[in-house]
Design a protein around this ligand. Structure first.
Ligand SMILES: NC(=O)C1=CN([C@@H]2O[C@H](COP(=O)(O)OP(=O)(O)OC[C@H]3O[C@@H](n4cnc5c(N)ncnc54)[C@H](O)[C@@H]3O)[C@@H](O)[C@H]2O)C=CC1
Ligand SMILES: O=C(O)/C=C/C=C(\O)C(=O)O
Length: 486
């Protein structure tokens, strides 16, 4: 049963406020719940509870016990899998077939991987001779940073929130999470799971609200927050970085992308089509790693465009419960308007619309939903805004290329540098192109194949820092050298 009131979670308690905002489902834009907006007082209470928990049982708990609790959390998320699925799909409208394979399992896996990691990670050790003829030993000790502010987006709500909360808790920190105003449900549900498995009060807190002059800003500007981790739009990341400068607090920023796929004529054609369709249209194109620019070697260009068109037109746009649905709606009316404005702009800029370009016909109350068609363009100049700017919708532009130098020049000519997918059977060329791409993540003959131990993050305006594996430990721990004279 979906909750009709979504509350803040502070110091182990669900907390209402006197200010509420609507929770809508994007499949029909209908209001399906009310969310209690946290004000300064609630944010202050959440940060205070998180600080107190560091000094309470959480701060003195053995690593072994912490790991046990995180493992119990994984088991309980899996026990309540269907509730998480229902909540995530209500907020986002994404197909259950997608969320049950990606979002919810990753919500659990993000705790498991870091529980395993903190159990097993080694530390550096040096022995040094001292002037008095004796010696000293040095070893690195990783302690928690303190209270972590976690600011989350709406595209993969549970996945991206736990991607930060998992390592933060594994490293002994406490957190205050500000979920996106569009998708508050799974963060609140996780509070119930924290209580059930016995995570001490104050370790995990959730404050709901918006960005500027609301819970997001109150949290990131709060002096009691020791570090901030954020996923979302680049402009928001810049604002958060400025807030973090007060008090010299570290930030980890995972931001936008305008990712290019490069398809060589010697690729496994079917695999390249399947991967590119997925990277352009999965989650209705609302994945920061998604492909919005496709460069295809000229000999296979026409065949590739035709196969992409057929693939896009075979997709079923529909509701989460329908197993035949391959694509859900965008997150909100506001985002639908943004994406549709780019669909119009593409035409104004001279694009050929190969497929889509509008809103699909939906019946009854669904006609009020935030739907758009999967869309493919060709024929735009590289200077077009549609080629340069992140749209974050189910759309891509396909352009031909003739040489490696040309395609590298075009693919790298962008303010963002998050990810790429390179499709070729020439392994040597794959390495060379991957190394020259100005991105944080390069997939070869695949897309979104995620090993959670690997560094994850973007270059240029796509981000600052890397999370994943030991790279998360770099951010979520304070590394101290302990030097002992023998
Ligand atoms: N992973 C990604 O790269 C994502 C990129 N986007 C891009 O961002 C665009 C806008 O989406 P939004 O969700 O509105 O992204 P956003 O960056 O505005 O919001 C992300 C989170 O930051 C919070 N926030 C916003 N302003 C803040 C402030 N001044 N201080 C503290 N927190 C603040 C929001 O409440 C939300 O929780 C999308 O159209 C898309 O282009 C959106 C979501 C994810
Ligand atoms: O697999 C991950 O950890 C993250 C995937 C996607 C994003 O970060 C995003 O779309 O923002």
């Amino acid at each position: 049963m979906l909750a009709d009131k979504i509350l803040n979670f502070i110091d182990g308690e669900f907390v209402a406020t006197d200010k509420w905002f609507d929770n809508r489902t994007p499949i029909s834009n209908a209001v399906i719940g009310q969310v209690a907006e946290a004000g300064k007082a609630e944010v202050d209470a959440a940060v205070g509870a998180a600080r107190a928990a560091l000094k309470g049982p959480w701060g003195t708990m053995t690593l072994a016990r912490r790991v046990e609790l995180l493992e119990a959390l994984v088991a309980e998320i899996n026990n309540r899998f269907d509730e998480f699925l229902e909540a995530e799909c209500a907020d986002t409208g994404k197909p259950k077939s997608l969320a049950s394979h990606i979002d919810i399992p990753r919500g659990a896996a993000n705790f498991k991987i870091f529980a395993d990691m903190v159990k097993n990670v080694p530390s550096e050790f040096f022995e040094m001779a001292t002037p008095d003829g004796s010696s000293c030993i040095n070893y690195g000790y990783r302690g928690p940073v303190g209270v972590i502010g976690v600011i989350c987006p709406w595209n993969l709500p549970l996945l991206l929130m736990t991607w930060k909360v998992g390592p933060a808790l594994a490293c002994g920190n406490t957190v205050v999470v500000k979920p996106s105003e569009e998708t508050p449900r799974t963060a609140a549900l996780l509070g119930e799971v924290m209580n059930k498995v016995g995570i001490p009060k104050g370790v995990y807190n959730v404050v709901h609200g918006f960005g500027a002059n609301s819970a997001g800003e109150f949290l990131t500007s709060h002096p009691g927050v020791d570090a901030i981790t954020f996923t979302g739009e680049t402009r928001t990341g810049e604002i958060i970085m400025k807030a973090a400068a007060n008090g010299s607090r570290p930030v980890s920023l995972e931001m936008g992308g305008k990712n290019a796929a490069i398809v060589f004529a010697d690729c496994d054609f079917d695999a390249a089509i399947e991967g590119t369709l997925r990277s352009a249209f999965a989650n209705c194109g609302q994945v920061c790693l998604g492909t919005e620019r496709v460069y295809v070697e000229r000999p296979i260009f026409d065949k590739f465009v035709a196969a992409m068109k057929a693939g896009a037109e075979a997709m079923k746009v529909g509701v989460p419960d329908d197993p035949a649905t391959s694509m859900g709606p965008l997150i909100s009316k506001e985002h639908q308007n943004k994406v549709l404005s780019y669909y119009r702009l593409a035409v104004e800029e001279g694009a050929t619309v190969v497929s889509g370009g509008g809103v699909p016909e939906m019946a009854g109350e669904l006609s009020e939903g935030c739907w758009v068609q999967p869309t493919i363009w060709t024929g735009l100049p590289e200077s077009a805004r549609v080629i340069k700017e992140e749209i974050f919708g189910p759309c891509c532009h396909i352009a031909p290329f003739d040489t490696v130098e040309e395609v590298l020049e075009k693919a790298n000519d962008n303010q963002y540098g998050l990810a790429t997918a390179i499709w070729t059977t020439n392994v040597s060329r794959a390495h060379r192109v991957a190394q020259k791409m100005e991105v944080g993540i390069a997939w070869v003959n695949s897309w979104f194949l995620r090993d959670l131990r690997t560094p994850f993050g973007g270059s240029k305006q796509s981000g600052i820092g890397r999370e994943g594996g030991v790279h998360s430990l770099e951010f979520y721990t304070e590394l101290k050298n302990i030097c002992i004279k023998l």
